[in-house]
Design a protein around this ligand. Structure first.
Ligand code: ZN
Length: 120
């Protein structure tokens, strides 16, 4: 059971067009910003008691991006999003699970809704 987390830690974290994490075991994972923001695990986005998502995906700017990423202890990353959100703590385990989901072809339902242009 004792899964060594060491190999499942990021070696390099890069955010440009998306978030790219290079893991110590050689795996490289890409995370589109929107999808990552949409699965924010913080108490403001997920109801802690019920585990229900309370974040409205439509409230996320389609072009949301990461302004800053920082390590939380030795187990997680925290992001400063361009929409001002910054309370989500993404554990490495969670990030790896997300990556595995993508790799398995099962996309988490995190797609920007049709571009709703605010009447200009
Ligand atoms: Zn959140």
């Amino acid at each position: 059971m004792a899964t060594s987390i060491g190999r499942r830690k990021p070696k390099d974290v890069v955010f440009g067009d998306d978030l790219t994490i290079e893991w110590r075991d050689g795996e490289v994972s890409h995370y589109p910003f929107f999808g990552l923001r949409d699965v924010c695990p913080c108490a403001g986005c997920i109801d802690e008691l019920s585990g229900t998502k309370v974040l409205d995906s439509k409230s996320i700017p389609a072009d949301v991006r990461i302004r800053k990423a920082e390590y939380v202890g030795r187990y997680a990353l925290r992001f400063d999003w361009s929409d001002g959100h910054n309370t989500g703590i993404y554990t490495f385990v969670f990030l790896r699970e997300l990556a595995d989901l993508h790799a398995g072809g099962k996309q988490p339902q995190a797609k920007p809704t049709e571009t709703e242009t605010t009447g200009n």
